[in-house]
Design a protein around this ligand. Structure first.
Ligand code: A3P
Length: 293
């Protein structure tokens, strides 16, 4: 914890949670962008109807609608941007649960939504994303091989630590405090987007009313936040974020099992075994893409 506290001193030292905060937590490449879009559209549906031509999600990358906790880095200590957001705030984080500031973990009010995805798809998605962004900055990507990334991933040597450990911490917390931590599976959300969105809205304290259901609002939000719809927007096709990363990089295929186009069966078997062993007895099964909870 010491190392991370040093890395994110501003969050640990300065972030003041509010009782109605909602945190979106994920291991990178697990569907963070999608969860940001869904939660933003749901929480702000009174001000912005999904059909609005100038809906913020038609003008901005979901990452600019929901910020990462500590996104402003060094300046955060001086000027915590989250402090100026209106309640209820939605903030995202890739931090493991055990490394969240105690004030969030212990907070009576803070609610956390975790999105989890099959580690093989996470690994492949991350490898392709890093290759693309590295190429954008003129870095050598030839030497960034899948084999090397795979070996490091299997050893848990990647940003935010071992994927399965990250998932397990949030999973266990969701069992311990179901009203405070909602554990969602990316694969289940793809299969059942409307019911997943209802679950998310209910958890966030803004369940859809009968009238909204009858008016087709759930399907409209699902559609607005779908990969195809977001990908087709000008801001995604042509825009970049503050780091110079093209917005389109955050949207690729968004399917279950694309890992099989990149990993060998031996690689898959090795990773499945590592993950299966680590999660044994936890009730969380990430070895196959047909997980549900
Ligand atoms: P793939 O690379 O497998 O296509 P994150 O948002 O955590 O960075 O995760 C990125 C992954 O989520 C990418 O997966 C991306 O295509 C997918 N994704 C992005 N937006 C999505 C959406 N609206 N619906 C479903 N998947 C989405």
């Amino acid at each position: 914890e010491e190392a991370l506290t040093g890395y994110f001193p501003a969050i640990h030292a300065h972030f003041v949670p509010r009782p109605d905060d909602i945190f979106l937590a994920s291991f990178p490449k697990s569907g963070t962008t999608w969860l940001k879009a869904l939660s933003f559209a749901t929480l702000n549906r009174a001000a912005h109807r999904p059909s609005d031509a100038d809906h913020p999600l038609r003008r901005r990358n979901p990452h600019d609608c929901v910020r990462f906790l500590g996104a402003s880095g060094a300046d955060e200590a001086k000027d915590e941007p989250a402090a100026v957001l209106r309640s209820p705030r939605v903030l995202a984080t890739h931090l493991p649960y055990s490394l969240l500031p105690e004030r969030i973990r212990e907070g009576e009010g803070s609610r956390i939504v975790y999105i989890c995805r099959n580690p093989k798809d996470v690994l492949v998605s991350g490898w392709l994303f890093t290759k693309k962004t590295s190429a954008m900055f003129g870095l050598d990507v030839q030497s960034y091989t899948l084999q090397e990334v795979f070996d490091l991933f299997c050893e848990g040597r990647c940003i935010n630590g071992p994927h399965w450990q990250h998932a397990l911490e949030y999973w266990e917390e969701s069992l311990r405090r179901p009203g405070k931590v909602l554990f969602l599976m990316y694969e289940e959300m793809l299969r059942e987007p409307a019911s997943s969105l209802r679950k998310l809205a209910e958890f966030m304290g803004c369940a859809f009313s009968e009238e909204e259901e009858d008016g087709g609002l759930v399907d409209a939000i699902v559609e607005l936040c779908s990969l195809g719809e977001l990908k087709s927007m000008d801001v995604i096709k042509n825009g970049s974020n503050h780091l110079g990363v093209k917005n389109e990089t955050y949207f690729r295929k968004g399917v279950i099992g694309d890992w099989s186009n990149h990993l060998t069966p031996e690689m898959a078997e090795k990773l499945d075994k590592i993950v299966g062993d680590a999660l044994q007895g936890s009730g969380l099964d990430l070895s196959s893409p047909t997980v549900s909870n």
